[in-house]
Structure formats: C-alpha cells, structure tokens
Design a protein around this ligand. Structure first.
Ligand SMILES: *[C@@H]1O[C@H](CO)[C@@H](O)[C@H](O)[C@H]1NC(C)=O
Ligand SMILES: *[C@@H]1O[C@H](CO)[C@@H](O)[C@H](O)[C@H]1NC(C)=O
Ligand SMILES: *[C@@H]1O[C@H](CO)[C@@H](O)[C@H](O)[C@H]1NC(C)=O
Ligand SMILES: *[C@@H]1O[C@H](CO)[C@@H](O)[C@H](O)[C@H]1NC(C)=O
Ligand SMILES: *[C@@H]1O[C@H](CO)[C@@H](O)[C@H](O)[C@H]1NC(C)=O
Ligand SMILES: *[C@@H]1O[C@H](CO)[C@@H](O)[C@H](O)[C@H]1NC(C)=O
Ligand SMILES: *[C@@H]1O[C@H](CO)[C@@H](O)[C@H](O)[C@H]1NC(C)=O
Ligand SMILES: *[C@@H]1O[C@H](CO)[C@@H](O)[C@H](O)[C@H]1NC(C)=O
Ligand SMILES: *[C@@H]1O[C@H](CO)[C@@H](O)[C@H](O)[C@H]1NC(C)=O
Ligand SMILES: *[C@@H]1O[C@H](CO)[C@@H](O)[C@H](O)[C@H]1NC(C)=O
Ligand SMILES: CC(=O)N[C@H]1CO[C@H](CO)[C@@H](O)[C@@H]1O
Length: 559
C-alpha cells in the first residue's frame, strides 16, 4: 500500500437534470465508469461489510475522504435499494481513536440476534499495530444506519503470543455454531503460513481465540480478507452463514499474492474442522480463483431478500499515481455478482446480479453467422460500445484438427501470453474485440482457443490487454484461465460488461471471470467499437450475440 500523500485537485461536478451528480463528463473523464460503483472522487479499495438489513443494501468500502491515493482510511458508506443505484452517506467509521488513528482497515458486518448489525474491523494504531475493533449503529430505527458508534470496549483483540501485530487483520462475518456460540476468522501469517485464525464469542462483543486455526497453508504467505460461507449443493440459492443442514459445502476464500483464491470443502461445526475437497491453497495459476484478472480483497454477503450470495471485489487501477491525481479518483468496485456451486461441485459460478438488466437500453443482436477462419473482424453495428453489456455464444464442430498440447496440465496464463490474440491457431483465437478503435490501433481482445490434450479438449479463455492503449505507461497484462466445459457438446459463451475503463468478462456462463482495466486513448466514448473476430484457421459459428447499451447508474450523495 502507498503511504499517505495528500493532494489537492480540481473536480468537475455536474448536476444532471434528474438531480444526480457525478464527477465530470465523460469527455473530460473518459475512464470514469457509467454503471460500476465508485464515489464521486477520491481513493477506494476493499469492499467492507456488505449487508442487506431492513430492506436496504449497505456497501462500505475503504475510502480516503481527502484524496485520490491511499491514506486516512475510513469506511465509506453507501446504500441502495437495488444494488444498482446508490446514495452516498458520510463515512461510517473515521480514523479518530488511538486504536485506529492510522486507518480503519477492512472488516465485515454480522447481524446478531435482535436483529442488530455490528461491524468488526481492523484498526491500525500509530505504531502500525493492527487491532480488532467493534462498532454498532447509533439508532437501529434509522433505516439508513447513518451513524455508527465505536464500542468503548475497543480494541476487542490485540496481537498476542505468536501473532505478528502487522499481520493480523480483516475479521470475517461471524457465524453461529450448534452450541450457540459465534465464530469468526481473521487473516494472518503464523510461522510463515497463511492462516485463518478462529475466534469464539457468546455475544459477538467478547472474543477468545481457538487453540487451532480454521485453516492454514504452508504453501502461501499472509492471508488477507478471509471469507467463509456455505453454498448449497442443490441449486443456485445462497444460504446464510449460520445455516446448519444437509446439502451444503463450504467455501473458504483468502486473499494473497494479489489474487482471490478459494477452496471448496466440508466443514464440521461440532469440531470446527474444515477439510479441503478441491486443491488446497497454494500459489498457482491453476488454483481456483474468483477472477483471473484484476480483482482483490473481495467480500460476500447473504442477501435474504433474494436468497442469494452476492460478491463484491475491489478492482484497482492499472495506470499511475500521477494519473490518479489527474483523474481525482482511484479504484472501482466490481459489478456485484451472484455466486453458487457449479453442477460439477468442483467450482463456483459467478454471474452479474439480475438487477443489472434494469440498465439495459437499446439492444443489438446477431445470429448464426459463420466466422470464416482468418478473416477481418466483424463490426457489431449500432452499439454505444464504451458502456455495454454483451453476451455471445460460439460453437465449434469437428475438433479433429484442434491444436494439440502434450499435457492436460498447463499454466493458462502463460498459454495466453504465448498464444495471444495475434497468434493464429486452428480453433481460435476467436472472440470479441472491445473498446476497439475504428482502424484497430487499439483494442482489448477477449477470446478463446480450443486445444486437444492427451485425454480431453481444453477451452482456454484469455483477456489480452497488450493492444488496449497507445499510451505506454499503463498496465497491459494478458490474463487467462481454462473453462471446464466440453466444446464438442456445449456452446462456448462469453458475457462482458464493458464500462469505459473496465472489462469484466464471464466465460462459460460464469465458470470463469476475468476482469481487466484498460485506458484507451482513441477508443473512448463514441469512438469505441465492438467487433467479433476469428483469427484461427478453422471456421467458428457465432450462434448468437446480444448486446445492450447500458444506462448510467445514479450515485447521489445525501450527506
Ligand atoms: C432514530 O431514527 C428514527 C427514524 O429515522 C428517528 O425517527 C428517531 O428520531 C431517531 N432517534 C434518535 C435518538 O435520533
Ligand atoms: C465483555 O467485555 C467487556 C469489556 O472488556 C466487559 O466489560 C464485559 O463484562 C464482557 N462481557 C462478557 C459477557 O464477557
Ligand atoms: C512481522 O511482519 C512483517 C511484515 O508485515 C515482517 O516484516 C516482520 O519481519 C514480521 N516480524 C516478525 C517478528 O516476524
Ligand atoms: C441430514 O440428513 C440426515 C441423513 O439423511 C438426516 O438424518 C438429518 O435429519 C438431516 N439433517 C437436517 C438438518 O436436515
Ligand atoms: C435509459 O436512459 C434513457 C435516457 O435517459 C431513458 O430514456 C430510458 O428510459 C432509460 N432506459 C432504461 C431501461 O432505464
Ligand atoms: C467456412 O466458412 C465459409 C464461409 O461461410 C464457407 O464457405 C466454408 O465452406 C466453411 N468451411 C468449412 C470447412 O466449413
Ligand atoms: C473432421 O475433419 C477432418 C479433418 O478436416 C476430416 O478428415 C473429417 O472427415 C471430419 N469429420 C467429419 C465428421 O466431418
Ligand atoms: C490476427 O492475426 C494477424 C496475423 O498474426 C495479426 O496481424 C492480427 O493483428 C490478428 N488480429 C487480432 C485481432 O489480433
Ligand atoms: C503476441 O504473440 C506474438 C506472436 O506469438 C508475439 O510476437 C508478440 O510478442 C506477443 N505479444 C505480447 C504482448 O506478448
Ligand atoms: C489509425 O487511427 C489513428 C487515430 O485515428 C491514427 O493515428 C493512425 O494513423 C491510424 N492508423 C492507420 C494504420 O490507419
Ligand atoms: C484531513 C486529514 O485528516 N488529513 C490527514 C491525512 O493523513 C495525513 C497523514 O497520513 C495527515 O497528515 C493529514 O492531516
């Protein structure tokens, strides 16, 4: 993280006819998003303590009220009725007490009996010790829960014994076990191992450490932002953290190495044993992740209104600090995603929450088009392609000429780097070019390739930013992952949320996500185009394409 550096800047505020205010017009601010959550200005990072309470969605987030770089970290607070349009309130927590004077760092909310929500969060003191603290709403009858009171028993936990005080943070949402006690985990590193420390409480306020952690890994360093929750093995509905019953498995997520890794396993609440069923935590591009691009420090919550689990993640910038200062802001939240267990039970599926469809305006579609091998990209006409939601299905037949790979185990990220969008194959690269300029000087290619391994076909999904901008000093990484689907019998689908400087892509109807940040210089606003392309030698069928211009969300401060 950066040190606290306060910068003054001008911000262009525009008040629209409908009363909403947003920072600047897109011609002055081509990278500002239209339908992703961001405050009017300044720095944000991790989503914190999202919850649904008394008919209102709350999103808190790491926020610097004074500038576009990390510092003075507070809990920004916004509320919504639909996860799409937001009202921004005053920060819920600000660094004011000795135990959080260097920052109110990440944490979670838990709804105790009552129902009464509490915030558990990490404070940093002036010696950079991390301490755990608690806050609760001042007035439970206030539907907005505007004001939060820090408990006078703070800090509730300090780093003792084998805990390093600079590696002790991000308390999770608490869940209740069959003994009526609350449990929560805190991210740490113990003896060099990434660890989810386990704590118990009878009332949610006073916590004691369990003599064993919930889980740890000798293959990784420090774990941040642990998340732990059950998912149903029968259907897409989400379940509350404290649910006890059959037909569930548990997900443990840890943030390390810049990514969001998760493991699916079985959890016994009698003994607090968590046993990994999928590959246990390690540092590898083959390890399950929420997202194979830019997406970090995520947090999920159970939405009791729609019986679903919703996931938010921080999507940081790929441009420089100087750019952040010029823009006056830094950081986005991903579009909220529903999360459930895949049919194979071997991984999660993620999909933008359905409320996104409220924003869909003009629609464009295409159907049953044979994309001949190695031909020029096909332009999708009639779309405002800088702010769009697009879903496309491809099908391939007769894969006998698919490119061979000599192993069924490959690093997909490396494969996408070696075989990028401009490297022709047989089946693929095919996919879409987003935020593309008219003569294709700039584009971001989101595409697939099909390989034949010794035992099965492999569908590679890549997001190639190497041509995304003529600007030099912006990140242009190439990201990749495999999709667990059978390309002979299933269509290969791609959904991309394109929003000026973010491209959130969902492959295989949510089997894999890749989020990218891009900073085109030419392909901005009305100059951004969308193309379908096939740069492989073999034909691919574009079965269908549906794309929508997206309306802007309203993000309005109400103090
Ligand atoms: C609590 O909030 C309710 C609803 O907004 C309000 O009517 C009441 O006056 C508030 N109570 C206090 C003590 O502020
Ligand atoms: C919780 O902790 C507070 C402050 O340390 C203490 O006053 C209180 O008695 C404790 N409550 C319980 C139930 O242990
Ligand atoms: C504590 O953690 C910090 C990194 O956050 C590390 O630099 C330091 O060496 C650790 N201290 C000990 C005693 O391990
Ligand atoms: C779970 O399944 C077992 C065996 O089928 C059954 O005995 C038990 O009642 C079920 N538990 C719950 C909470 O449904
Ligand atoms: C999108 O915005 C336009 C222009 O403000 C408006 O006319 C239209 O009704 C909106 N569509 C939806 C689906 O909200
Ligand atoms: C590929 O597509 C072209 C154009 O639609 C068609 O003429 C050709 O026969 C197709 N090739 C194969 C092998 O299907
Ligand atoms: C599949 O393609 C191969 C190579 O192009 C060809 O030899 C074979 O006849 C095709 N099979 C079918 C069923 O079309
Ligand atoms: C397709 O391949 C050609 C030749 O390698 C390359 O020049 C072109 O840029 C590629 N197209 C895309 C969209 O990458
Ligand atoms: C993309 O692939 C081509 C051909 O394999 C290679 O020459 C080029 O350097 C690659 N580009 C990047 C950015 O890796
Ligand atoms: C493509 O467009 C850009 C900007 O409009 C221009 O600078 C560039 O020369 C064009 N390139 C080609 C090959 O036409
Ligand atoms: C307004 C305010 O409180 N700004 C503070 C932000 O943090 C820096 C140091 O990190 C302080 O110097 C500022 O006073």
């Amino acid at each position: 993280m950066l040190g606290g550096c306060v910068v003054s800047f001008f911000l262009f505020l525009v008040v629209n006819g409908d009363g909403s205010v947003h920072a600047s017009q897109h011609h002055l601010q081509p990278y500002r998003t239209g339908f992703h959550f961001q405050p009017l200005k300044n720095w944000i990072n991790d989503p914190n303590g999202p919850m649904y309470f008394n008919g209102v969605y709350h999103l808190f987030y790491q926020y610097n009220p004074y500038g576009p770089l990390w510092g003075n970290i507070s809990w920004g607070h916004s509320i919504s009725h639909d996860l799409v349009n937001w009202f921004i309130l005053e920060p819920a927590l600000s660094p004011k007490e000795t135990y959080d004077i260097e920052g109110c760092l990440s944490g979670s909310t838990t709804i105790l009996d009552g129902p009464k929500p509490i915030i558990l969060y990490t404070g940093q003191d002036s010696d950079k010790n991390q301490l755990q603290n608690l806050a609760f709403p001042k007035n439970l009858s206030d539907p907005l829960l505007k004001d939060w009171i820090k408990w006078d028993g703070n800090p509730i936990l300090t780093a003792v014994n084998d805990i390093n005080s600079s590696q002790f943070r991000d308390p999770s949402t608490a869940w209740m076990g069959p003994d009526g006690k609350w449990r929560m985990v805190i991210g740490s590193e113990i003896n060099g191992h990434g660890t989810a420390l386990l704590y118990y409480s009878s009332n949610g306020f006073n916590w004691t450490r369990s003599d064993k952690p919930l889980h740890f890994s000798s293959e990784t360093g420090m774990w941040e932002c642990p998340d732990f929750y059950p998912v149903s093995s029968v259907g897409k509905n989400g379940i509350d953290v404290s649910f006890q019953g059959n037909n569930t498995v548990h997900v443990l997520k840890a943030s390390y190495n810049g990514h969001e890794y998760y493991v699916i396993g079985s959890y016994d609440p009698q003994t607090d044993q968590f046993l990994a069923v999928t590959q246990d935590f390690r540092v590898s591009n083959m390890q399950l992740r929420y997202d194979y691009g830019r997406f970090y420090a995520s947090k999920s919550f159970y939405d009791s209104a729609k019986q679903r689990r919703v996931l938010w993640g921080w999507v940081d910038e790929g441009d420089s600090e100087l750019d952040a200062i010029k823009k006056g802001w830094s950081g986005l939240q991903s579009f909220p995603r529903s999360v459930w267990l895949s049919d194979t039970h071997k991984q999660l599926v993620q999909w933008p929450v359905e409320e996104i469809e409220k924003l869909r305006a003009k629609q464009v579609n295409m159907k049953n088009i044979e994309l001949k091998g190695e031909t020029s990209p096909l332009k999708v006409p009639g779309l405002r392609a800088s702010q769009a939601d697009i879903e496309v299905f491809f099908s391939v037949t007769n894969l006998s000429d698919a490119e061979q790979i000599d192993s069924d185990v490959f690093d997909p990220q490396l494969l996408c780097e070696q075989k990028n969008a401009s490297s022709s194959g047989s089946f693929g690269p095919f996919g879409i070019l987003v935020l593309a300029s008219k003569n294709l000087t700039e584009y971001t290619a989101v595409f697939f390739r099909v390989f034949k391994g010794p035992n099965k076909f492999h569908v590679l999904m890549c997001s190639d930013q190497s041509r995304s901008s003529v600007a030099e000093k912006v990140d242009k990484s190439i990201y990749g992952t495999f999709l667990d689907l059978d390309p002979l019998h299933e269509k290969i689908s791609l959904r991309s949320l394109i929003d000026h400087s973010i491209v959130e892509s969902f492959g295989g109807e949510g089997l894999a996500c890749i989020t990218a940040r891009v900073y085109p210089k030419i392909a901005i606003n009305k100059h951004a185009k969308l193309y379908v392309f096939n740069n492989g030698t073999k034909n691919v069928t574009l079965s269908s394409l549906n794309a929508w211009n997206m309306n802007k969300t309203r993000i309005v401060p109400i103090g």
